[in-house]
Design a protein around this ligand. Sequence first.
Ligand code: 8X3
Length: 250
Amino acid sequence: MKTIFITGATSGIGLATAELLASQNYRLILCGRNTEKLIQLKAELSEKTNVHVLEFDVRDKNAVAEKIESLPTDFQKIDVLINNAGNAHGLDSIDEGSDEDWDAMIDINVKGLLYVSQNIIPQMKGRKDGHIINIGSTAGKEVYPKGNVYCGSKHAVDAITTGMRLDLNPYKIKVGAVNPGLVETNFSAVRFKGDKERADKVYQGYKALQPQDVAEVILFAITRPPHLNITDLTMMCTAQASSTIVLKDE
Ligand code: 8X3
């Protein structure tokens, strides 16, 4: 059975993916920043499969290296890395944005993805076998008003995914991205810093993608035969036509 490493596993798409993959008996390494949530998740999913949890912040490159180094023998061989950890911080015009929000988005969405990958690629390279799935976004395909730095971070994920695929091709490592549009998670609550009313409004008047929808696509990518790599898959709910065009009920 394959071992799957998921960052940002305690909420949203990461959590739904952990739950779906547990039901399919994959061995799971679940990573996040919240120890309590990780312990609870381990207790829940251990009923279905073998689970190991790692608590670290993807921004902390030393912690990333140390925690991955500390994996017990049974969990050391990682078959699939799902770089899911990522957030939006703020939705402000570029002249009004905060440098703290910019740092958070670049540090988590871009540099965090690189730090985690850096510590897992060598073993995949050594085995000439492995699969990396980066969770991008429609914001990595188009830029929308006030999306500036978030869109920039996801465009970086888009470019880095291609770069990884090119560079890791000699080592037979599959690299691809899944790019969801609007997904009903706590994404907007984080973006709007806990303003629940504003966050809820984002998903009102239409049926947004659910985190389970994205998890199913990730499972599809993982279960393709060795010769088939899903390189780049963009998905939106039916009501969404682009980052700025969403058909809502009157
Ligand atoms: C999340 C999608 O449209 O809020 O990456 O940027 S969007």
